[in-house]
Ligand binder design. Structure first.
Ligand code: SF4
Length: 289
């Protein structure tokens, strides 16, 4: 078996990073916050913000009582700030409809606003020890290599990817196994230079046994940052986070010279509810005017 459960669980017990959301005392709410933050941001940047959030908003109802502006301010520079509003919407639903307790089962989690297929399963597994396939980019890559013998994972397919992982899950300690698969992909079976010499499943890895064939699937889209709308949106939000008063447009205009791109980004922030315009035509974080 190419991704033997006991081998990976033993490896994880010896080598896993000590992350605060993995500790036994971490609440399900803490796990949910970590999963949303970690989706597009590395652990090192998430950890300090996660501590601040859990100290400030230890329960969903605490965060539900905060304004969108406060939440966006606290999100800081984690990027992809719509995640902060998704988390806020989920916190409100949990506080109002679920007795302030993060649901246990995948279907109820999926019914919350802003919680997708990955997050629902990650919370069920890591907060409550449920057996369900938790598939992120790292897991897809490990399975593509170790099980299918390919150089990398092809385009994502939620159904196929989850089926691929579901058949691997052991009956006992499935959630630990899921965490181990993710850790293996994050630390050892990395995208560019996998550290195969340190890999606990080296002997059974099909990619090794196949002679390490090159990836021959469709080209991957490499996400750049410099010059993108994402960068410009971040710069515009930085201005609003840096002040407690609504600002004139001229303050926002100063952050980017391309007026067309700048205005498009400001429009998209308004549409996404990340920025609001006052009656007097000034700009502010939502709920802060
Ligand atoms: S042996 Fe290398 S390619 Fe195979 S699972 Fe381990 S790190 Fe990945």
């Amino acid at each position: 078996m190419s991704l033997d459960a006991q081998t990976l669980i033993d490896w994880f017990a010896k080598t896993a990073r000590d992350l605060p959301w993995r500790r036994p005392e971490c609440t399900a709410w803490g796990v949910l916050v970590s999963e949303i933050m970690l989706q597009q941001t590395p652990v090192a940047r998430v950890e300090p913000v996660w501590h601040e959030w859990l100290a400030r908003w230890p329960k969903p109802s605490d965060m539900a009582a905060a304004s969108h502006g406060e939440v966006l301010r606290a999100w800081g520079k984690l990027g992809y700030p719509r995640r902060a509003l998704r988390l806020h919407a989920a916190a409100q639903a949990i506080a109002t409809d679920r007795g302030d307790e993060v649901p246990h089962d995948v279907d109820t989690l999926l019914a919350l606003p802003g919680i997708g297929a990955y997050t629902a399963r990650a919370v069920a597994a890591f907060a409550y020890g449920k057996k369900c396939p938790v598939v992120d980019t790292n897991v897809r890559r490990v399975v593509a290599r170790a099980v299918h013998g390919a150089g990398d994972a092809g385009p994502p397919s939620t159904t196929k990817d989850m089926n691929d992982v579901e058949v691997l899950l052991p009956d006992e300690k499935a959630a630990v196994y899921s965490a181990a698969l993710m850790e293996l992909g994050a630390l050892v079976c990395t995208a560019r230079t996998p550290r195969c010499a340190d890999c606990p499943v080296f002997d059974t890895c099909k990619w090794q046994l196949n002679g390490r064939p090159a990836y021959d699937g469709p080209a991957k889209v490499v996400q750049k940052f410099a010059g993108t709308d994402r960068q410009v949106r971040g710069l515009l939000l930085d201005v609003l986070r840096g002040t407690s008063e609504p600002v004139e447009k001229v303050r926002l205009d100063a952050v980017w010279s391309d007026a067309g791109q700048r205005d498009r980004c400001l429009d998209s922030l308004l549409v996404d509810g990340l920025v609001e315009q006052t009656a007097g035509g000034l700009f502010a974080l939502p709920g802060e005017h």
